[in-house]
Design a protein around this ligand. Structure first.
Ligand code: NAG
Ligand code: NAG
Ligand code: NAG
Ligand code: NAG
Ligand code: NAG
Ligand code: NAG
Ligand code: NAG
Ligand code: NAG
Ligand code: NAG
Length: 611
């Protein structure tokens, strides 16, 4: 024994495998420190270290090692020490098969523990880390939980079924104990994280001896179960606590066959060629207790994706939901740059657990490429067109209106027996008089071909003014009122005309009143009748020089208000301007003598007279 230790001290220099060359002693295979992670024990509790060599039963098997005459030896390298030491010959330490027990562990036991299996011709060793935790260092999920150093074991219990829970490591304690160990149970509910000590006050869970027996598993019984084992050894009272994570699973009566939730048998995937395609398969994989292995995967022409050796195909799995043992899992087959020959391939999604197997072929259909782009373009074009129409309408609405009227408007001359198209009413002896006689009248009569009535010109001397005015107004289709501040002063001819017009309009006589504004006027400077009329009637504004041309807004608006009259073709274009200029110069001479010289009863119309 002592020679072994000495050999050890000489041979071990670190983690790497080292070999001693001694003719009498075997070489030793050093596996370094176990990757299984450190072992934790609570300070003051009993705990054990398992020799990690035997975690690989195919290589090392304790039973067969014993029969091969191999012995297991333990050493340790404590934290803060530089030399490996034999385990002290103390009642605190005991070997139990492949385990070393510390009964109990104390704080300065923390360090590296090495187990060595050897006989005369062979030797293997491995190191494990032991950490002795203070009680407050132990991880707890609920403050009322007892401190536990060892990770929980898992237990799955089918709902409405019975099961027995044994405290882990109890059998070891029972072997070493000089009397029957006792076990006390407690429970931390998964639902509310509350702690309960046994008894749990229900008839479904009962402690029988050291075991906790479930007669009828229910969802509220899920949670963390804690068992504290107390036993006696060599006059010492020892204890340790272990935990078990208990989860409910679906009863065994529920079908455990795996199913494919998606694609359904009639589902057709539309795929687009020359783009990446993702096929999603979702499976429900129930847990089978006797063999919990379960899987969902894609095959392409009967081969798994990893057997294909084709980088265009990849598979990605993800767990969706864990529900009482059953798992809903997605498997996505990603196909890069889908080609039309891929349509001929057989894409199958398969699910398997210990109870069964199911496979389903994904049906693929090439997507008709009408969609979004063309649709979007069409919509865009429509929108642009609408916008264009909107703009065109807003800019050219007068022209459009005139065009419409020239095509579809009815000539009022055919439907009434009126004599005049326009009766012009204006303030006499005002600025507007000049405008009325030289511009308005001549364009209306000579260019646009309307029959115009101007009272002073067209009335016969000698008649009653009132009767004559009413008669003229009644015989006109439109009453054109040239609005001005002086218009319709009390008792004037203009006021009479305005009243006649408004009355006729109100009575439904076929007369419409149009307001023309030669110069901007203040509302307050107008007579009451005019102010009212302005609110309800169309007002056409003369805009100085801008309005001189026949193509201007003023004339267009006026024509819209006036009866429909087809204009001679030669009016259109540049000749209009010439005509207007010619007329205005002609009429400016007229205007001096207009009232007197031009007294023919019938309105003058150059078009009529020309024909
Ligand atoms: C170990 O001893 C053997 C003979 O038993 C010898 O052949 C070998 O070279 C030695 N190895 C070393 C590292 O000394
Ligand atoms: C170890 O070997 C014995 C017999 O050699 C065998 O019965 C036992 O099952 C083995 N143990 C393991 C864990 O493989
Ligand atoms: C260990 O101590 C016990 C007494 O406590 C003694 O009988 C035994 O021989 C000792 N073993 C060694 C290897 O010192
Ligand atoms: C560990 O600590 C105990 C006291 O708690 C002491 O008796 C013992 O000698 C110490 N052992 C080592 C190896 O330091
Ligand atoms: C030592 O153990 C090995 C198995 O690891 C075995 O093959 C060999 O026969 C044993 N040697 C002796 C001397 O028992
Ligand atoms: C276990 O034993 C230690 C040392 O005797 C003691 O401090 C501790 O309270 C005991 N734990 C339980 C749960 O009985
Ligand atoms: C207990 O197990 C369930 C499922 O098996 C898991 O979700 C939960 O996190 C576990 N709880 C602990 C404390 O390990
Ligand atoms: C568990 O079932 C799977 C099939 O789902 C099978 O391949 C495996 O060998 C089974 N394992 C055991 C231990 O029966
Ligand atoms: C693919 O699934 C279909 C059923 O949808 C099945 O008939 C076919 O045999 C499966 N192919 C493979 C290779 O498993």
């Amino acid at each position: 024994m002592a020679s072994f230790i000495l050999l050890f001290l000489l041979a071990v220099t670190g983690g790497a495998a080292s070999q001693s060359n001694d003719s009498t002693e075997p070489t030793c295979d050093d596996w370094g420190e176990s990757s299984a992670g450190k072992v934790s024990v609570l300070d003051g509790e009993a705990g054990s270290i398992h020799c990690a060599l035997f975690s690989h039963p195919s290589v090392y098997n304790y039973t067969s090692a014993q029969s091969a005459g191999q012995n297991l030896f333990w050493y340790r390298l404590l934290d803060g020490h530089s030399l490996e030491q034999p385990i002290p010959n103390s009642s605190r330490f005991s070997k139990d098969r492949e385990r070393l027990w510390l009964q109990p562990a104390v704080a300065n036991d923390t360090g590296q523990y090495i187990c060595m299996l050897s006989n005369k011709s062979s030797c293997s060793k491995i190191a494990m880390r032991l950490k002795v935790l203070r009680r407050d260092e132990a991880v707890r999920s609920a403050p009322c939980e007892p401190a536990v150093a060892v990770p929980p074991t898992q237990a799955l219990i089918a709902m409405q079924m019975g099961q027995v829970l044994d405290c882990p490591d109890l059998q070891d304690a029972a072997r070493m104990s000089e009397s029957e160990p006792t076990v006390s149970w407690s429970f931390v509910s998964a639902e509310n994280s509350k702690c309960y000590r046994y008894p749990f006050w229900d008839t479904d869970r009962e402690q029988r001896g050291t075991r906790l027996r479930f007669y009828n598993m229910l969802i509220p019984y899920q949670g963390q179960y804690f068992c504290t084992v107390r036993y006696q050894r060599r006059g010492r009272l020892l204890n340790f606590t272990r935990s078990i994570n208990v989860s409910a699973i679906y009863p065994t009566t529920v079908s455990k066959l795996p199913t494919i939730l998606h694609p359904t048998p009639h589902k057709v995937f539309s795929v687009r060629t020359n783009s990446d395609v993702h096929l999603v398969c979702r499976g429900l994989l129930p847990l089978v207790l006797r063999n919990s292995s379960r899987e969902i995967w894609w095959t392409v022409d009967g081969k798994r994706v990893d057997q294909l050796n084709n980088p265009r195909f990849t598979q990605k799995n993800s767990n969706m939901k864990y529900n009482f043992g059953d798992v809903t899992e997605d498997s996505v087959l990603m196909i890069e740059d889908f080609q039309s020959e891929d349509l001929k391939r057989e894409f199958n999604c398969s699910v398997r657990n210990a109870e069964g197997f199911l496979t389903r072929r994904a049906q693929l259909k090439e997507e008709v490429s009408l969609p979004s782009l063309e649709l979007g373009c069409g919509l865009g074009v429509t929108l642009v067109l609408m916008l264009l129409l909107f703009v065109v309408y807003h800019v050219f609405w007068l022209e459009l209106l005139l065009l419409y009227r020239s095509w579809f408007g009815t000539d009022e001359r055919h439907t009434d027996d009126k004599e005049f198209d326009v009766y012009i009413s204006y303030a006499r002896n005002s600025e507007e008089e000049q405008f009325v006689l030289s511009t308005l009248r001549s364009v209306l009569e000579n260019v646009l071909g309307y029959s115009v009535c101007i009272f002073d010109r067209d009335s016969l001397p000698g008649g009653t003014i009132t009767d004559e005015t009413l008669s003229f107004v009644a015989r006109s289709r439109r009453l054109l009122v040239v609005v001005s501040p002086g218009y319709a002063s009390q008792g004037s001819q203009a006021l009479l005309e305005l009243k006649a017009g408004i009355d006729s309009m109100a009575l439904g006589g076929h007369l419409r009143v149009i307001l023309v504004q030669y110069k901007p006027v203040q509302r307050q400077s107008l007579v009451r009748e005019l102010r009212r009329a302005r609110v309800a009637l169309a007002l056409v504004r003369w805009q100085g020089d801008k309005s001189k041309e026949l193509t201007s807004r003023f004339w267009k608006r006026l024509r819209v208000e006036l009866p429909v009259r087809k204009v001679c073709r030669d009016e259109e274009g540049g000749s209009k301007e010439v005509a207007l200029m010619r007329l205005s110069s002609q009429n400016s001479t007229n205007s001096q003598t207009g009232l007197i010289s031009n007294t023919t009863k019938k309105p003058q119309n150059i078009f009529n007279s020309a024909s």
